[in-house]
Write a protein that binds this ligand. Structure first.
Ligand code: ADP
Ligand code: MG
Length: 426
């Protein structure tokens, strides 16, 4: 495993190794290739399998899409899947009601104190869905395949605290404590994705480089989870070539799946022992594991030139979406909840605007929070996004669950137009 200080480390390495046969792609160094085939497959691939499963139900994108003939046909909707976790022991002891009814075909009906409402998503995972069901049927494999082909892809978990976001993304949160043995069956989407990614990479020819970084956004401050000794907040900057990026973020070059797992474990441990030592720390912060996958290839227009396709794969575990109760609002927690709410609020605003046919042409407020700056590519631009919405079926939390489901329904209306990113490695 190599550690590079930041993106400039990457440039030095490339130049010294292969400079003779590298070329650039156009004057800006980027090239867009609309790949409509992969997008139309994104939802379609596993659709027939979904229908045969008992633990989950799905629908197709087209049956959910609003009629919107003015759009480009190579645009697609963000995929939104829903996971309902089982009632936990607190909830059963309290005799909470199970509020969800599963009607199949990606439909769920939720009862909130006598008034019920139906929602529809690409897939609904019922409480007995396993970790491997999530990986196999959420569409994340297609996301990885697309990242390998040069797209910016993001899997993003959201929902209230305790709804199962971390469980879904990385497995039971306790597993990263020192000395704990983990049952591989409990591995989350991230570990399974890393395995799948390297399996695919090993089957491909050509020079590939995977780099990882891992950060957390807490109180609107960016903390490097791979370089926690440098207790300094990092700046989010913008450049014409890179878009929004985090300055001086630690980047680790990973040659094997074990290298990537080591990155994940280091980041998760640092996340849990965060500076404030609060139990709630992780539920109040957003974490982002970011991978870039560079694939070098011959320029189709000039065999003497080599270009690099740069795919991105980002896994986001968002802070809990619940409103902090007034009784908790001491001065400190108020600052915290405002900051968390700010990021989530701005994310919500961006999602509402992007999901609205008229407003999406206008100003989208990405710049209003660090989270949305860093997600701008995946949400609005040229990326591919999978949103994993997590809820509890408990009647006690039904009002908050309704909010989460409405948020998820708005997200489903977002359309993106993925393009491949090519970088010049001259
Ligand atoms: N689908 C599930 N099956 C079994 N236990 C779960 C499931 N989802 C969450 N849990 C458990 O519930 C608790 C809270 O989940 P967690 O992932 O930490 O929530 P969040 O990250 O949304 O705050 C954890 O102990 C977790 O292992
Ligand atoms: Mg969590």
């Amino acid at each position: 495993m190599r550690r590079d200080s930041n993106a400039s480390g990457l440039k030095i390495r490339m130049e010294s190794k292969d400079s003779k046969r590298k070329g650039s792609v156009g004057s800006k160094g980027t090239k867009s290739i609309a790949d409509t085939d992969s997008m139309s497959n994104f939802d379609g691939v596993a659709r027939t399998q979904y229908m045969t499963q008992k633990r989950l139900s799905s629908t197709t994108l087209s049956s959910q899409a609003p009629t919107d003939t003015s759009e480009d046909t190579d645009q697609d909707h963000i995929n939104v899947v829903l996971r309902v976790r089982p009632l936990n022991s607190n909830e059963t002891t309290r005799k909470d009601q199970f509020t969800c009814t599963f009607a199949g075909a990606g439909k769920i009906e939720v009862d909130n104190n006598g008034s019920s409402r139906q929602f529809g998503y690409n897939v609904v995972f019922e409480p007995d869905a396993t970790q491997s069901d999530l990986f196999d049927h959420s569409g994340v494999k297609k996301l990885i395949d697309m990242a390998l082909n040069g797209y910016a892809c993001t899997a993003l978990a959201f929902g209230q605290t305790g709804s199962g976001k971390t469980h879904t993304m990385t497995g039971p949160p306790q597993q990263f404590q020192e000395g704990k043995q983990v049952d591989p069956e409990m591995y989350g989407i991230i570990q399974r994705s890393l395995k799948y990614l390297f399996r695919q990479l090993n089957q491909q020819h050509g020079n590939k480089i995977v780099r990882a970084s891992y950060l957390e956004i807490y109180n609107e401050q960016v903390i490097d989870l791979l370089n926690p000794n440098m207790r300094r907040y990092l700046q989010v900057r913008w450049s014409k070539n890179k878009g929004f990026y985090v300055e001086n973020l630690f980047v680790v070059e990973c040659e094997t799946e074990d290298d990537l797992n080591a990155v994940l474990e280091e980041g998760m441990r640092n996340r849990q022992t965060g500076s404030h030592g609060l139990n709630e720390f992780s539920s109040r912060s957003h974490s982002m594991l970011m991978l870039t996958i560079d694939s070098e290839m011959q320029d189709p227009d000039d065999e003497n030139l080599y270009i690099t396709k740069r795919g991105k794969l980002t896994f986001v575990d968002l802070a809990g979406s619940e409103k902090v109760k007034d009784s908790n609002s001491t001065a400190d927690t108020l600052v915290e909840s405002n900051s968390i709410n700010k990021s989530l609020l701005v994310l919500g605003n961006c999602i509402s605007s992007l999901g609205d046919q008229k407003r999406r042409q206008g100003h989208i407020p990405y710049r209003d929070s660090k989270l949305t700056k860093l997600l701008a590519d995946s949400l609005g631009g040229n990326g591919v996004t999978l949103m994993i919405c997590c809820i509890t079926p408990s009647s006690h939390h039904a009002p908050e669950t309704m909010n989460t489901l409405r948020y998820a329904s708005r997200a489903k209306k977002i359309r993106t137009k993925p393009v491949v990113k090519m970088v010049s490695t001259k």
